[in-house]
Ligand binder design. Structure first.
Ligand SMILES: Cc1cc2nc3c(=O)[nH]c(=O)nc-3n(C[C@H](O)[C@H](O)[C@H](O)COP(=O)(O)OP(=O)(O)OC[C@H]3O[C@@H](n4cnc5c(N)ncnc54)[C@H](O)[C@@H]3O)c2cc1C
Length: 417
């Protein structure tokens, strides 16, 4: 029988299984689903298969019990954001950092602070590398602040970030890991049985996450941007102010840009299935989590602010020192303000969790298993969830037969008239 770690539509391409398999699994790009999927190249023993399935975050994880074990008992708990010590809004004081950041550049500013003050010797972060017209997310250890500038910007795509774990094992020094909620969950599951990685990765910096679309979206955008067969030298999903813009740049000087989030409407691709059934909106297992301050008082005040959830008292201390040293501006915000700034994502992940799962279960879908973290009341009707699901599916099939752009144009014309 074929061995599988998780069904294709559940895999998030994090690379946890590759690390745990000691060379028996490789990640390969699967063009039909647009993900980097595990390919088992050497049969796993039953015990190995069970171990790997257990550290695969795509299958779900005990988000509440793990966070209870990780974070200070003095922290507060709210099902919408998990455990927290403090919630603040932050903006870097460096214009150079803000230029290419997604929001307030706290993820990069904090990483630089950790390196410059020798709290860690390396930061595991992600850059894009380019192979002719292809854009490839690559996670590496960075040891200097100047190199970290290259890592800025959100990558709204599958990123095999945990492929960096072997490099971390062989690295001399302590490391902070930057990643998405599911990558950090995978890391926590691995660390649980790997004392060396626990010792080496001393801090985790997570981003809030509303999910990503698979590689087929990026490939389609390359076509729309007429960047296929161009030698791409720069790509970004975001940057140049908040909300920022997508940008392709080629060696021949060709440029194509669209504002964030406008480019998202150019194709009919929907978010990856596993992202649509995720419970973790704010990286609840990270020591610090960072998102956009989608709040009028910050957006109307120059923009480029992040909202931040602090779970580790050491990070709290570093932020205070960074504020005193004028590295960042910091403002206290309340939990309801944070929830308001993330309304769409939290409504989808936390409020609709039960009603969506009810619909998906009854229609035969596979679901990840979590131990809590959702509103216990059924928020929407079966009919509402069916409507959302089939509307997304319709757009997706229109895209597959390449009629989505035409449909979009027709709808736009009708609305204008
Ligand atoms: C897939 C995804 C979905 C998101 N959804 C939301 C959302 O719904 N709401 C919200 O408020 N914020 C969301 N964010 C977070 C937001 O885009 C910014 O990351 C956050 O505001 C911090 O900005 P910054 O200016 O501090 O980051 P920057 O200074 O730009 O640094 C970003 C850091 O994150 C790393 N990184 C970026 N993408 C990835 C990735 N896919 N995997 C691993 N590392 C990565 C970069 O390498 C860099 O080190 C999402 C981010 C991602 C990657």
């Amino acid at each position: 029988m074929r061995q599988i770690i998780t069904p294709k539509n559940m895999c998030i391409s994090c690379g946890a299984c590759v690390f745990a398999s000691s060379g028996k699994i490789q990640l390969e790009e699967n063009k039909s689903v647009g993900m980097y999927l595990p390919n088992i190249i050497q049969k796993l023993s039953n015990q190995e298969l069970i171990t790997i399935k257990n550290i695969c975050p795509a299958n779900g994880y005990k988000i509440n019990s793990i966070s209870k074990k990780l974070f200070d008992k003095k922290s507060e708990y709210d099902y919408r954001i998990g455990r927290y010590l403090n919630i603040v809004a932050v903006k870097s004081c460096s214009n150079k950092l803000l230029e290419k950041a997604s929001s307030g550049s706290i993820m990069t500013a904090l990483s630089m602070y950790l390196l410059d003050n020798k709290i860690v010797q390396g930061i595991a972060a992600t850059i894009f590398t380019y192979n002719y017209d292809k854009v490839i997310p690559t996670t590496r250890i960075f040891t200097s602040s100047s190199d970290l500038l290259r890592t800025q910007g959100s990558k709204y795509m599958p990123v095999p970030a945990l492929m960096v774990l072997d490099e971390i094992i062989n690295f001399e020094g302590k490391v902070a890991f930057i990643g998405t909620p599911c990558q950090i969950a995978g890391l926590r599951l691995i660390q649980d049985n790997n004392p060396l990685l626990k010792e080496k990765i001393i801090l985790t910096i997570g981003n809030f996450c509303g999910g990503f679309k698979d590689l087929r979206e990026l490939n389609r955008l390359r076509t729309i941007a007429k960047m296929r067969k161009e030698n791409i030298i720069h790509f970004q999903y975001r940057g140049d102010g908040q909300p920022g813009k997508m940008l392709f740049q080629s060696k021949s000087g060709k440029k194509w840009e669209r504002s964030y989030t406008r480019y998202g409407g150019l194709t009919g691709y929907m978010k990856h299935y596993r992202c649509r059934v995720c419970i973790d909106a704010t990286a609840e297992l990270a020591d610090i989590s960072c998102g956009d301050a989608w709040l009028p008082r910050f957006l109307n005040n120059g923009g480029n602010w992040s909202v931040v959830i602090v779970r580790n008292p050491e990070i709290q201390e570093y932020l205070s020192r960074m504020e005193s040293d004028s590295i960042i501006k910091l403002e206290k915000i309340g939990i309801e303000e944070l929830v308001f700034s993330q309304k769409e994502n939290l409504t989808s992940k936390k409020e609709r969790y039960l009603s969506r799962n009810n619909f998906l279960k009854k229609t035969g879908h596979t679901l990840p298993v979590f131990d809590s973290g959702w509103n216990e009341k059924m928020n929407k009707s079966f009919f509402y969830e069916a409507k959302v699901y089939y509307a997304q599916l319709f757009k997706y099939y229109m895209e597959k037969i390449r009629l989505y752009s035409l449909l979009r144009l027709m709808v736009k014309t009708i609305i204008k008239d």
